[in-house]
Structure formats: C-alpha cells, structure tokens
Design a protein around this ligand. Structure first.
Ligand SMILES: [Zn+2]
Length: 156
C-alpha cells in the first residue's frame, strides 16, 4: 500500500505564507452532503459545466478563487483573462503548490487535468495556448470555485 503524505504545503494568497496543512479527505457521501448537486458532479466526479453557464466566466472583480470543496486559494483575479471559451480562464495559479496535475485520456484526447492539491477536487484542464507571460490557459469550471473579494492584505 502506498501511503500518501497527510500534510502538504499550501500557499495562502491572503498572507503570502506557505503553511503545512492536513489533506482534506472525505467520503463520497460526505462530499455529496456538503456540495450542491452541480458542484458534486463536477468537482468530485470530474464533470464539466456547459460553457457560458457558470458563475465566474464573466466575473471581472478583484479577489481570489478558492476551491469549492476545501477553501484552498487557487487562482487570483490578477491572472484571469477572457479566453472566449465560456469558462473562467487563468494564466497561472496563486501557487503551483496548490494544484495537482494529472494526465487525462478520456474522450480520445490527451489533456492535463487540474486538481486541488489538498482535496483532489477536479477543477478543469490546462492547455498551452494561453497568453503571455506563461502561455498557459487554465480552463476551470466555475462550479469548482468559490470567489471571495479582496484576498490580499485584507483578512487577518
Ligand atoms: Zn480543494
């Protein structure tokens, strides 16, 4: 049996610190209870929301996008851009620590799936056709995110 590390470093966008936190592990039933049916289908079962239907594809406010499941800071509005795809799109996460990548071979494509490092929530995919400076396009489901205003130098 392979043992996964239970404590992982996570970057906090609010304070700029990296802290060791416990991984967030719940059973499928526990997630189902906590999340909306849409968030459960997407974040816990690898689903995808229909384009232009999510809460955040057209959101231009300043703040931080957190994991809907565990609250980990994932993306900043500073890295958000309008990709025209109908999904919230970012050039970079707040920190590479907070994401996990995995090769996804479903639907006859080879794509890189993006997951929350702390709770393994499915977030979306990353492509290499984004704008400068990273040329990356993190294509993320609104349903996997929870937006909070501000997020830097505000909360304690
Ligand atoms: Zn998470």
């Amino acid at each position: 049996m392979e043992e996964e590390k239970e404590r992982i470093p996570i970057y906090r966008a609010v304070t700029g610190e990296t802290l060791e936190v416990e991984r967030c592990r719940l059973s499928e039933d526990e997630w189902r209870e906590r999340l909306s049916p849409e968030a459960f289908r997407i974040a816990r079962q690898g689903g995808t929301e229909a384009p232009f239907t999510g809460r955040y594809h057209d959101c231009h406010e300043n703040g931080i996008y957190r994991c809907i499941c565990c609250g980990t800071d994932l993306f900043s509005s500073d890295a958000k851009f309008d990709s025209g795809t109908g999904w919230p799109s970012f050039t970079a996460p707040v920190s590479a620590l907070n994401l996990k990548m995995r090769i996804d071979r479903t639907f006859g494509m080879i794509r890189t799936e993006v997951l929350c490092a702390r709770c393994d929530a499915h977030l979306g995919h990353v492509f290499d056709d984004g704008p400068p400076p990273t040329s990356r396009r993190f294509c993320i489901n609104s349903a996997s995110l929870r937006f909070v205003h501000g997020g830097r130098g505000r909360e304690g």
